[in-house]
Design a protein around this ligand. Structure first.
Ligand code: HEC
Length: 462
């Protein structure tokens, strides 16, 4: 009744169902294989076999050619590989040149993971989608299902089907051919006359799923476009809501009812020592009374600003230049707080060669390996490390060099976290020794050793 209704509606006038091909039913796989070979030898290619279990040799018996899917997957994999390499070459080599861990630009060994991933991704998707496409899937119905006998294809019967779309198909000759094999029965497969559209309920369900899928995107868009004073939603209660006692509240845990606990008697403050002691700072904080924010200069009581400016060329910005960029000048230590002995020099040399030589070079000329490499890459973002023999740096008080190591300077980063204050001071001592070694004269050599100098340079003996 329903079917008729449908046919009337969609086709205007009912027409008899079309024949789609012939289907033969077999008792066992041997008969099926035999029949399949006959059908193949007669030249039919639009054929198919349905069996309750895999039958060996059926591909060959039906004349099915090996699938071209592996070739398609290979092409897709190569496409993925090329896409990944091109993408990385473009992004990192052309469009956004950015030094990452000193790696060269463009395609490098670091591009391998992404290339590998894209190769696999493209191949995997192509395998699945290609398999579906080559099999003509998804297909919602198949005319063979119209025959009630066909249900046994998953149980104990074997079926061979010849489709009417085959180029050699002739209704009578196919019927004759299949009658000549040991078939249990032979039926003409008729077109499926049930409605071909998807049921409304499925469409509605799909629509609901799509709409529901838009909700997270809509929430994100709304979040990005709107402002709110309210705290964010807590889907998971993180530590914001842990049970805790805030300061200045009462508690029942302690006898005195205070959440804030008094200091344990005899506590020695250690964390703040380095905010007071020139040894940790490189300058004397007691001499700093105020900061002249306009001139970006620390004003001290003892030394006047004019006095400080004698410490080095960075001390005071030249008249007329904007003061904003000028380095603040501090009452730096003029004398090393550690002893200038052999042990400290050796420590300083070791640490200098670990931490500084890469940029400043073993002799301090700013020609370390990192610097040379950067120069050879000719990147305009590179600031060359200063030569430590610059007149300006030679004149800097030891405290200022200590301060440079501790806080960094310009493009040079701070080394406070990796080098202890004592080691920093010994590096300063070693830097001083390096500077001295470039400016020594004969008076610096102990008298008894002067004789051992083989090739005195006259200009040094001033
Ligand atoms: C990563 C490279 C690098 C390392 C390592 C490095 N520096 Fe530097 N250093 C620089 C650069 C670059 C400059 C120039 C900074 C600027 O002017 O922007 C500089 C500048 C300096 C200056 C001059 C500061 C001034 O007043 O102009 C001193 C002194 C110095 N470094 C000492 C050291 C010492 C000591 C070490 C070892 C603890 C060290 N540097 C480690 C790159 C480095």
């Amino acid at each position: 009744m329903n079917n008729n209704d449908h046919n009337v509606k969609s086709n205007k006038e009912p027409r008899p169902p079309k024949a789609c091909g012939w289907m033969a039913e077999f008792e066992n796989e041997h008969d099926l294989l035999h029949a399949a070979e006959k059908v193949r030898d007669a030249g039919y290619t639009k054929t198919d076999a349905f069996t309750p279990f895999p039958v060996h040799g059926i591909d060959h018996a039906l004349g099915i050619k090996p699938t071209i899917l592996p070739f398609i997957v290979l092409c897709a994999g190569l496409t993925g590989l090329c896409t990944a390499l091109l993408m990385q070459w473009w992004m990192n080599g052309v469009d956004y040149k950015y030094i990452i861990s000193g790696k060269p630009f463009g395609i490098t060994p670091a591009s391998i993971p992404v290339s590998f991933e894209l190769t696999i991704l493209f191949s995997a998707f192509t395998s699945v989608l290609g398999m579906l496409a080559l099999n003509g899937l998804p297909r919602f119905s198949n005319p063979v299902f119209t025959n009630a006998k066909f249900d046994r294809a998953t149980n104990d019967r074997f079926f061979l089907y010849v489709d009417a779309t085959d180029k050699y198909y002739n209704r009578e000759s196919v019927k004759e051919l299949l009658s000549s094999v040991h078939a249990n029965s032979l039926d003409e497969v008729m077109e499926d006359s049930t409605p071909s559209e998807l049921p409304r309920s499925i469409l509605l369900g799909a629509l609901l799923i799509v709409l529901a899928g838009l909700i997270p995107a809509a929430i994100v868009l709304n979040m990005r476009a709107s402002f709110s004073d309210l705290p964010r939603w807590h889907v998971f209660f993180d530590m914001d809501f842990q049970p805790k006692k805030k300061p200045q509240q009462t508690t029942t845990i302690f006898k005195d009812g205070r959440t804030m606990r008094p200091q344990v008697p005899g506590t020695i403050s250690r964390g703040q020592l380095d905010q007071q002691d020139p040894f940790y700072l490189g300058y004397d904080p007691m001499k700093v009374t105020s900061i002249d924010t306009e001139k970006q200069i620390y004003v001290s009581t003892v030394d006047s600003v004019a006095n400080l400016s004698a410490l080095g060329s960075v001390a005071q910005p030249p008249a007329g230049t904007p003061a904003a960029g000028a380095a603040p000048v501090l009452p730096f230590l003029e004398k090393l707080p550690i002893e200038a002995n052999e042990e400290n020099i050796k420590l300083g040399k070791a640490k200098y060669e670990i931490y500084c030589s890469a940029c400043h070079g073993y002799s301090g000329y700013g020609d370390g390996l990192v610097s040379k490499r950067a120069a050879s890459l000719a990147q305009d973002t590179w600031t060359p490390p200063s030569s430590l023999h610059l007149d300006r740096i030679q004149k800097q008080p030891v405290g200022q060099i200590f301060h440079t190591i501790s806080k960094g300077q310009g493009k040079m980063a701070s080394y406070a976290s990796s080098i202890t204050p004592k080691e920093r001071w010994s590096i300063v001592l070693y830097v001083r020794a390096l500077q001295r070694s470039r400016n020594a004269n004969i008076d610096d050599v102990p008298v008894d050793q002067r004789g051992s100098l083989t090739d005195p340079v006259p200009s040094q003996t001033k």
